[in-house]
Design a binder for this molecule. Structure first.
Ligand SMILES: CC(C)CCC[C@@H](C)[C@H]1CC[C@H]2[C@@H]3CC=C4C[C@@H](O)CC[C@]4(C)[C@H]3CC[C@]12C
Length: 858
C-alpha cells in the first residue's frame, strides 16, 4: 500500500483504520491516585497525547490461529519526521512499514535504492499519538521517531497499520515462545494419548517405558521444565535478539549494496544489479573466443575497470572475457572491489557502518547462542537429575546466566558508536519536554574512549581484588530505620506521570507511599558520603593526583543510585532547611529550598579540608518508558591548602522502565572538572551509556582521564560507579574509591546506605537547637519514617496546601520569598548561583533559632 500524501484512493485501509478506531480508542477514566491503569486496551491520555500500549498479545496460545500470523500489508508513504539536529524541524521522509519493521528514507527513490536512513522494530516501541496534531511518536527507548501525518486520514491509517504490525510482530514472538514451550515440554503419555484420540491409553507405561523414563519422573521433568520455561524470559530475549539481528542483517544488506553502488560509480539498485547479472549469465552461455584465441579462464585476471565496464555496458561486448567457469558473478564483482578504492568519505562511513553492524550481529548471535546453550544445559541437568530420581533438579537460572556471562569485548564499544544515531541523540518525546539540547549534549558525549571495555575489565578485576578498606565503624548513630519501607509496587505511576507531563519531577506531588523518608535537601548532603576523598585531595601535593581524588569524589556521589529506584525523595517546602553536623567526618552542611518555581535546593558544606556547595535543579524529559533527569547547575569544591577551586557539571540520570518494577537508574554523559584557580590540568569523566542489548557486565561504566595543559593524559582511571574506581597511573596503582558496604537488610529500608539512614535521625539533644524549618521536624516525613503512611499522606496534603496559601499571600502583597541563608549571585561564567550568606551557624549559636522569628512551614 502506498500512502504518499495524494494517494488516498487506498481507501480500503483508511476505512478499516477508522472503523477500528471507533471501537478501540475509548478513553479510560483515570485519576491522579488511581492505583492501576494497565488494562490491556488502555490508552493513557495526557492532554492530547495517548499511549497505545499492550495490544491484544497473549503469551498463551498467541497466534494459534495461523490467520493471526499473516503479516499485515505493507504500508508506505510520506510523513513528516522531526529532527533536532542538523536542520532542526519537520522533514518530509518516506516511510515503509513491512513485517513489523518501520524504515524510512529521504524519498521513494532512496527506498528503491535501498538507502535507508533508519529502521525500528515497532513491536519494541511505545506508540504515543496526538490526534489533534496528527502526531505519532514511536519510542523504542534508544530509537525515537517523532512523526506527523499531513492529514487526519493518513494519520489514522498509519496508526492502524502500526498497531496491526506491532500486534503481528508481537504475536510472532509470542508464538515462537509458545512453540518452544510446546516443543520442549514433552507431553505426558496420557496427554499424548488424549491428543491422539487414543482412548485405550493403557500403553502409558509402555510409551514411557520406551523412552526409558518412568512416567512419574517424566511428568516431574515436564512440570519442572515447563514451569521454568514459563518463568524464563530467555525465549523472549532470544526472539527479540533475533528480531534485531534480522533487522540488522537487512540493514547490512542495504549498506553493502550502497557500497557497491558507490564502487561501481553508478547508483545500481538491487534490481539493476540483478538484471545486469542475469544478462551476463545469459551471455555466458555462449562464450566467445577472444581475439587471442584463448579463453580467459578466470575472472580474477580481469582488471576492475574492465569488469565494471562490462557490467555497465548494455551490449556486453566484453563478456567474452569471462569464462563459463566463473562460479558466481556477484562474488566476482565483489572480489574486484578492492578496499583501497573506497576513498570517498561516504564510502568510508558505509564501511565503518558495515563493520559496526556486523559486530552487532555477531554479538547478538553470540548472546543468543549463549542463552540457548545455557538453557540446553539446564534442560540437560533437569533431565539427568530426574533420571537419577533426584528431586532437586532445576539449576538456578539467574546464577547460571550471571556466572557464565563473559566479559564484554572491545567490539562492543564499536557497536555503541554505531548506535548513536541522530534519532537517539536528538529526539524528544513530547512537546513539553525541554528543547535546550542538554540531553543531546550529555548523551552525545557519553561515548567512551577507544578500548574502554577492556580497560574497564582490567579496572574491575583490580577493584574486586581490593578489600573493602572501610570497615564500618560505629558512629553511635542509628543503624536502621524505625520500620521497614512500605510496598508501593501496586501504585499506578502511569497516571501520575502522565498527568504531570512537562512538570519537573521535583514538583510532582506523589502519594506518600512512593516517598522515601529523606528529602532532596538531605540528598544533597548524601553526596558527601565519601567526603574522605576530599580530605585526601586536600592532603595531596601533586595537582594531577589531586584531580584524580576530586574526580573519584564526583563519581562517588552517583553510587547511591544502585539501590534507590523505588522511592522518590520528599519535595522540600519553600524555606525548608536542613543541617547536618558530622564531627566524625569533620564537616557541617546546611541546605535550603531557595526557590519554588523552578524548584532549587542549595547547599553549602565546610570542613577544615574543603568547602563544597551546589544548587541543584534539574529538568526532566519523559521518553515514554523512561524518564531522563538533566541536572543543571555546577558542583563546587575548594581546597584551602592549595587554593584550588574545582567546578564540574553533572551528568544525566535516566530512570529506565519507569512504570515497571524492573526500574533502574543509569547515569550517562561527560563531566568536565576544571580548577578555576589553575589551568595546570583538567579532568574528563565519561559515564558510558550502556547498550540496550548489553549484558549486566556493560552497565555503569565510568572512564576518566586527567589531562595536562597540552591535552596529554597524565592519569587514567575507570571502573563502575556502583563498584569502585581504579587508577593505574598513580605511583602505586590502586583502587581510589569503593562504595561502603550496604547495611544489613538495606532493601527493607529503602535501599539506604548507613549514611543515608543517619540523615533524618533526630536525637533529643539536637531537637531544641534546630530551626523549626528543619526537615527533621517535618511531621509528614517523620510519619512516613515511622510507617504511618496514611497519616503522612494527609499531613503532606495539608503542608502543601499551607505552602500554596503562603504563596498566595505573598503574591497579594506583591512580595517574593527571600531565602534565609542563601543569596542569589553570579558565578565567574555569569551563571545564576545560590551561595551561602554565612549566617546560619552564627545565628544557631547566638541567639539560637528558638530566640528568633522563624517561618512556620507546618
Ligand atoms: C516515581 C518514583 C517512585 C520513581 C523513583 C524516582 C527516583 C528514582 C528519582 C526521583 C528524583 C531523582 C533524583 C533527582 C536528582 C538527582 C540529581 C542528579 O545529579 C543525580 C540523580 C538524582 C539524585 C536523581 C536520582 C533518581 C531520583 C531519586
Amino acid at each position: 500500500m502506498d500512502l504518499s500524501g495524494s494517494s488516498l484512493n487506498r481507501s480500503q485501509s483508511l476505512a478499516s483504520g477508522l472503523e477500528k478506531t471507533s471501537h478501540t480508542w475509548n478513553k479510560p477514566a483515570h485519576s491522579q491516585s488511581s492505583s492501576t491503569l494497565s488494562s490491556r486496551h488502555s490508552r493513557q491520555i495526557i492532554k492530547d497525547w495517548e499511549v497505545i500500549d499492550d495490544l491484544q498479545v497473549e503469551m498463551q496460545g498467541a497466534g494459534d490461529d495461523p490467520q493471526d500470523r499473516t503479516a499485515p500489508g505493507i504500508c508506505e508513504g510520506y510523513l513528516l519526521k522531526r529532527r533536532k539536529w542538523p536542520l532542526k524541524g519537520w522533514h518530509k521522509r518516506y516511510f515503509v512499514l513491512e513485517g513489523g519493521i518501520l524504515r524510512y528514507s529521504k524519498n521513494q527513490q532512496d527506498v528503491a535504492k535501498g538507502r535507508v536512513q533508519g529502521s525500528l522494530d515497532v513491536s519494541l516501541a511505545v506508540i504515543s499519538i496526538n490526534k489533534k496534531s496528527n502526531r505519532i511518536d514511536l519510542d523504542a527507548e534508544d530509537i525515537l521517531y517523532h512523526m506527523k501525518a499531513k492529514s487526519h486520514e493518513l494519520f489514522y491509517i498509519w496508526v492502524t497499520k502500526l498497531q496491526a504490525h506491532r500486534l503481528y510482530k508481537k504475536n510472532e514472538a509470542a508464538h515462537l515462545h509458545s512453540s518452544v514451550l510446546h516443543t520442549l515440554s514433552l507431553p505426558t503419555a496420557a496427554e499424548q494419548a488424549q491428543r491422539n484420540g487414543d482412548l485405550s491409553a493403557t500403553g502409558m507405561a509402555d510409551s514411557a517405558g520406551a523412552s526409558g523414563v518412568l512416567p512419574s519422573a517424566n511428568t516431574a521433568v515436564n512440570t519442572k521444565v515447563s514451569a521454568w520455561l514459563q518463568q524464563s524470559h530467555n525465549p523472549d530475549i532470544c526472539v527479540q535478539e533475533l528480531n534485531r539481528c534480522h533487522l540488522d542483517l537487512s540493514e547490512l544488506n542495504r549498506l553493502i549494496q550502497r557500497l557497491q553502488a558507490l564502487e561501481v560509480g553508478q547508483a545500481f539498485t538491487n534490481g539493476d544489479l540483478q538484471r545486469i547479472i542475469s544478462i551476463q549469465n545469459l551471455s555466458l552461455e555462449k562464450p566467445k573466443k577472444p581475439k587471442s584465441g584463448k579463453i580467459w579462464g578466470h575472472s580474477r585476471t580481469l582488471s576492475r575497470v574492465e569488469a565494471l565496464g562490462m557490467l555497465s555496458s548494455s551490449h556486453l561486448s566484453n563478456s567474452a572475457h569471462l569464462g563459463a567457469s566463473v562460479p558466481c558473478i556477484p562474488d566476482y564483482v565483489y572480489s574486484q572491489l578492492s578496499p583501497s578504492t573506497v576513498n570517498s568519505p561516504e564510502g568510508k562511513k558505509i564501511q565503518q557502518d558495515i563493520y559496526a553492524m556486523s559486530q552487532r550481529v555477531l554479538n547478538s548471535l553470540k548472546s543468543v547462542h549463549e542463552t540457548l546453550s545455557q538453557d540446553r544445559q539446564k534442560l540437560q541437568a533437569v533431565w539427568d537429575a530426574n533420571n537419577m530420581h533426584q528431586s532437586n533438579t532445576l539449576a538456578q537460572p539467574e546464577a547460571v546466566s550471571r556466572s557464565s556471562q563473559g566479559p564484554p569485548s572491545v567490539a562492543d564499544s564499536a557497536a555503541e558508536y554505531f548506535d548513536a544515531s541522530d534519532d537517539i541523540l536528538w529526539g524528544s518525546s513530547s512537546e513539553v519536554s525541554d528543547e535546550s539540547g542538554l540531553s543531546d549534549g550529555s548523551t552525545t558525549n557519553s561515548e567512551p574512549e577507544e578500548g574502554h571495555t577492556s580497560a574497564t575489565r582490567k579496572y574491575r578485576a583490580s577493584i574486586s581484588r581490593t578489600p573493602n578498606s572501610v570497615v564500618p565503624k560505629s558512629t553511635g548513630r542509628r543503624t536502621k530505620l524505625p520500620v521497614h519501607c512500605p510496598d508501593n509496587s501496586h501504585v499506578g505511576l502511569v497516571a501520575i506521570l502522565y498527568n504531570n507531563i512537562g512538570k519537573d519531577l521535583a514538583r510532582v506531588s506523589m502519594p506518600a507511599v512512593l516517598n522515601e523518608p529523606i528529602n532532596l535537601l538531605q540528598r544533597l548532603c548524601e553526596e558527601l558520603e565519601y567526603s574522605e576523598l576530599l580530605d585526601t585531595a586536600n592532603n595531596t601535593s601533586d595537582p594531577y593526583q589531586r584531580m584524580v581524588y576530586i574526580a573519584a569524589f564526583a563519581i562517588s556521589g552517583y553510587s547511591t543510585a544502585t539501590f534507590r529506584n523505588r522511592y522518590k525523595p520528599v519535595n522540600p517546602i519553600l524555606g525548608e532547611t536542613y543541617e547536618c553536623i558530622r564531627e566524625d567526618r569533620g564537616f557541617r552542611l546546611i541546605s535550603e529550598q531557595v526557590c519554588h518555581h523552578p524548584p532549587i535546593s542549595a547547599c553549602h558544606a565546610d570542613s577544615e579540608n574543603f568547602s563544597f556547595w551546589q544548587d541543584q535543579r534539574w529538568k526532566n524529559k519523559f521518553w515514554g518508558k523512561s524518564l531522563e533527569i538533566l541536572p543543571t547547575g555546577m558542583v563546587n569544591v575548594t581546597l584551602p591548602r592549595y587554593g584550588d577551586h574545582y567546578e564540574w557539571n553533572k551528568v544525566a540520570t535516566c530512570i529506565h522502565n519507569v512504570f515497571s518494577q524492573q526500574r533502574y537508574l543509569e547515569h550517562y554523559g561527560e563531566v568536565i572538572i576544571k580548577n578555576l584557580k589553575s589551568n595546570i590540568c583538567t579532568c574528563k569523566i565519561t559515564f558510558v551509556k550502556s547498550r540496550y542489548w548489553g549484558s549486566e557486565t556493560n552497565k555503569n561504566e565510568v572512564q576518566g582521564v586527567v589531562l595536562d595543559q597540552s591535552g596529554s593524559a597524565i592519569h587514567r582511571f575507570g571502573g563502575l560507579w556502583h563498584e569502585g574506581i581504579f587508577c593505574d597511573t598513580l605511583p602505586t596503582p590502586k583502587c581510589i574509591w569503593k562504595p561502603n558496604q550496604q547495611p544489613k537488610d538495606y532493601l527493607l529500608y529503602y535501599g539506604f546506605s548507613s549514611f543515608a539512614m543517619e540523615l533524618n535521625e533526630l536525637p533529643s539533644d539536637l531537637k531544641p537547637l534546630l530551626p523549626p524549618t528543619d526537615t527533621r521536624l517535618r511531621p509528614d516525613q517523620r510519619m512516613l519514617e515511622d510507617g504511618r503512611v496514611d497519616e503522612a499522606d494527609k499531613k503532606k496534603d495539608e503542608i502543601e496546601e499551607m505552602q500554596r496559601e503562603r504563596r498566595k499571600e505573598l503574591g497579594k502583597r506583591g512580595e517574593e520569598h527571600v531565602p534565609r541563608f542563601f543569596k542569589r549571585s553570579k558565578d565567574s561564567s555569569g551563571r545564576d548561583v545560590w551561595l551561602t550568606n554565612g549566617t546560619y551557624w552564627k545565628l544557631r549559636e547566638n541567639p539560637g533559632f528558638a530566640n528568633l522569628e522563624n517561618l512556620t512551614l507546618w
